[in-house]
Design a protein around this ligand. Structure first.
Ligand SMILES: [Zn+2]
Length: 420
């Protein structure tokens, strides 16, 4: 049989490990653990797509190529999808970190004008070009750590002009960088200081001006809201998400991070694609989410950085057949670009297995950004977004931590990181 010519072959991998799509829905329960694992594996790539996955012997007898990568002793997995980041901002908050180490809480700092509000001031002052540059620098680091698609929220502008500026910076970063960036409008991240006494007027501004202008300019796919005591109430969050839906922005939510607040219930009611954080959600709320197919997007590095010792009850969520996804929550108070660190924490603090954590940071994360048809697993027809890890099997994920296991990154069929 003549062998088909392809652009690239990755061969001789000690192991290839990937979740598989099955029903087109995010994976739940035992499915999260059930990876497809191939020993001595190869991946054939043509035109940016995966055209063959299997044993090296069978893939190399079906395909020939001028370009090969020898992955002997290494593990091939899908590129990570980071489905929750606050990618675009200016400045930093290292001094506030020291204040928090001395015991000040997140909400105390916010009330004093720090936290998000400090970043808002710095982001409003920044030019669009500065923000694009910041995004690109972060995306470079994310890519080197294996993230090939990232969701990016606005939310440090909090005016019509500055939210648009942030979303345009995201759009430009997406165009100019190999990492794919999925934009989310999070005008409802905090009540801006100029509306401190009049939160309802800010909600009016979001609903009547920001959402229509942002959707008209096609700057976002999702609408997110920080539904929390001291941020946006359930009623305000509902109004914002409904306005987003009306303008075809898919709802997402920061829900029940700091207090039990009815966020999970609202996520189910709104048929949100995902509800995020969920540290304090009620059992009833989680059950409603499960019934409505809302993804539980968990952010253990956010808990770590809050230093409250409180983590989402992921095992209970898996028992309730909630699909779990994992993200970094990259932002100036949770500054990590690494899904590998998230996996390490998810294993220890959420008690996920490395296989479950891999599913949660690839295929289920792809579902959380509405991209699972194209990315999140190594299957024929999907985008060739793959990582070569310098470890012999996927069980090293989470087990080894604090260093970068990524040796090579292939994005859309092209070798974009070569750590050797
Ligand atoms: Zn967040």
């Amino acid at each position: 049989m003549p062998r088909n010519q392809v652009d690239l072959l990755i061969r001789n991998a000690s192991e290839l490990a990937t979740p598989h799509s099955g029903s087109q829905k995010p994976l739940v329960g035992k499915q999260m653990q059930a990876l497809k694992i191939i020993k001595n594996a190869a991946l054939a790539i043509n035109d940016g797509r995966i055209v063959g996955v299997g044993k090296t012997s069978s893939v190399t007898s079906a395909f020939k190529t001028a370009e090969t990568i020898d992955a002997e002793g290494k593990t091939v997995i899908p590129g990570f999808v980071d489905p929750h980041t606050h990618l675009v901002f200016a400045g930093s908050r290292e001094k506030e970190f020291e204040t928090r180490l001395k015991g000040a809480s997140y909400m105390e700092i916010l009330r004093e004008g720090g936290g998000i509000l400090k970043t808002v001031r710095e982001t409003r002052r920044a030019t669009e070009d500065e923000l694009i540059h910041n995004c690109q620098r972060t995306l470079d680091i994310m890519l080197r750590h294996g993230t090939t698609t990232v969701e990016a929220k606005s939310g440090y502008g909090l005016t019509r002009k500055d939210e648009s500026k942030c979303l345009r910076a995201i759009q430009q970063a997406n165009k100019s960088h190999p990492v794919d960036v999925v934009p989310t409008f999070l005008g409802a991240h905090a009540i801006p200081p100029e509306f401190e006494e009049n939160a309802e007027s800010y909600v009016d501004l979001i609903v009547e001006e920001m959402i229509p202008s942002i959707t008209k300019a096609k700057l976002a796919e999702f609408c997110d809201v920080f539904c929390e005591k001291g941020a946006f109430t359930v009623e305000q969050s509902r109004r914002i998400l409904q306005a987003g839906s009306k303008h075809s922005l898919t709802p997402k939510m920061h829900a029940d991070e700091l207090t039990p607040y009815g966020g999970a219930e609202l996520a189910a009611e709104m048929r949100a694609i995902s509800a995020e954080h969920l540290l304090c959600s009620s059992e009833a709320g989680l059950k409603m989410m499960s019934k409505c197919g809302v993804i539980a997007l968990l952010l253990p590095t956010a808990s770590f950085t809050l230093m409250t010792q409180r983590y989402a009850d992921a095992r209970r969520m898996i028992d309730l057949n909630l699909p779990i996804a994992l993200g970094t929550d990259f932002n100036p108070s949770c500054w990590t670009e690494s899904q590998q660190l998230v996996i390490a924490m998810a294993c220890r603090q959420l008690k996920l297995t490395p296989a479950e954590a891999l599913t949660a940071s690839t295929l289920n994360a792809a579902h959380a950004v509405n991209r699972a048809g194209d990315i999140g697993s190594l299957e024929e027809g999907k985008n060739a977004d793959a990582l070569i890890l310098d470890v012999p099997n996927h069980s090293f994920l989470g087990y080894r931590f604090g260093t970068n296991l990524v040796s090579k990154v292939v994005k859309d069929g092209k070798l974009v990181v070569d750590g050797e």
